[in-house]
Design a protein around this ligand. Sequence first.
Ligand SMILES: Nc1ncnc2c1ncn2[C@@H]1O[C@H](COP(=O)(O)OP(=O)(O)OP(=O)(O)O)[C@@H](O)[C@H]1O
Ligand SMILES: [Mg+2]
Length: 243
Amino acid sequence: MIMDPTTRQTAVQVTGLTKGFGRGDARTLALKEAEFNAYEGDLQLIIGPSGCGKTTLLSMIAGTLVPDQGELTVLGHKLHAMSTAAITRFRRENIGFIFQQFNLIPTLTLVENISVPLLLAGTRVRQAEKTADAMLDRVGLGGRGKNYPRQLSGGQQQRVAIARALVHDPRLLICDEPTSALDRETGHQIMTKLRELARKPGRSVIVVTHDPRVYEFADRIAEMEDGRVLRQLEGAAMANATL
Ligand SMILES: Nc1ncnc2c1ncn2[C@@H]1O[C@H](COP(=O)(O)OP(=O)(O)OP(=O)(O)O)[C@@H](O)[C@H]1O
Ligand SMILES: [Mg+2]
């Protein structure tokens, strides 16, 4: 949904974000004063070559990694000014993730995996598992709730990870390569769901991807290279750009 930039609500605002890993000769600057915005109602893509800093940027927006420098406002909260406990609470209430590695817990069944965000938010086990079971159905894996992640294919595990990210109806959904393990048809279905979700009032979705098949679902695209956001495109500029 491209709206007048003066009226749309900013979901994420990143300014001058810098992050290094390691020390001395081994030091890598993963982000170099990156600038980035995402808006409510939008499905926002982040693209760029391997190692350019996409996952690092997502981790900071999610509050799981602390920047060295720069400012970060997520859903109106200045994360750098909050305590670790407050960030954790904020994340549990407002953010859903789909990780690049699906991060399903191997010793929990699928229904138990999907229940985790609800349990963290205080939902009772029976209710959480009922909701989780319905979610599993929505991603096309109805009846598999008692299976363990290792009994599923990569694409099926990806769908469970998506169900877990959506189960507590987060305002901001952050996805790192959500379609990488999926065939064309399933990838299409998942992206259609993510776009639907982004359109709900007050919601937004950020997707990191290498997959050009996903570009058609985007409202905006941020292109990264070597720790920086080179350009952020939308509307006609996005349609005409060579990506
Ligand atoms: N925990 C870490 N320790 C050391 N270096 C790291 C760490 N995390 C990321 N890096 C480095 O920071 C840079 C950016 O990594 P990042 O994972 O953000 O890239 P990416 O764009 O997500 O790549 P890909 O598309 O391969 O997932 C890389 O050079 C990487 O090696
Ligand atoms: Mg990555």
